[in-house]
Design a protein around this ligand. Sequence first.
Ligand code: ZN
Length: 139
Amino acid sequence: MHIPGHLAIALAQHCLPPLAKDKKTLKPLLLACLFPDAVDKTIGYVFHAMPNGRHYAHNIFSLIGLSLIVSLIWGKTTGYAWFLGYAGHLWADRKSLVPWFFPIRKYNFKKGRFAFGLSQFIRETVFLIITLIIYRISR
Ligand SMILES: [Zn+2]
C-alpha cells in the first residue's frame, strides 16, 4: 500500500471509537500510520542495509515497543493512537509479506525494489479523497 492508502485508513480510524476525532490523537495516528514505511524503506532502499522495505519496523515487537515508548513519553492516549495507526499500517500491508515476528523468526527476505504502481496510487488517492470528504462531513 502507498502513502494515500495508509493515510485514508488512519483518517477512517480517527472517526471511530475510541479515538472519535479527539484532536490530540490525530497527529500521532497519522505519524504512526507512515512510520513503518519511513523507517524500513529508508533502511532498505536508501541505505541498502536490508534487501527490501519490510523488516525492523514491520513486526509485532516494533509495534508494541514503540507504542509503549510513545505512551511513556507522551501519555496513554497518545500511545494508544500511535498503536492504532501503526497496527492499521501493518494490517493494510498484510496482502504481501509482513515479517510479524522478525527478528525472532527467520524470514526469507527477497531482494526487492521500491514498488510503485501508478494505478494503485490513483485508486488509493481517490480512496483518500473520499475518506477526507466523509471525515469533514461527519464533523
Ligand atoms: Zn509498510
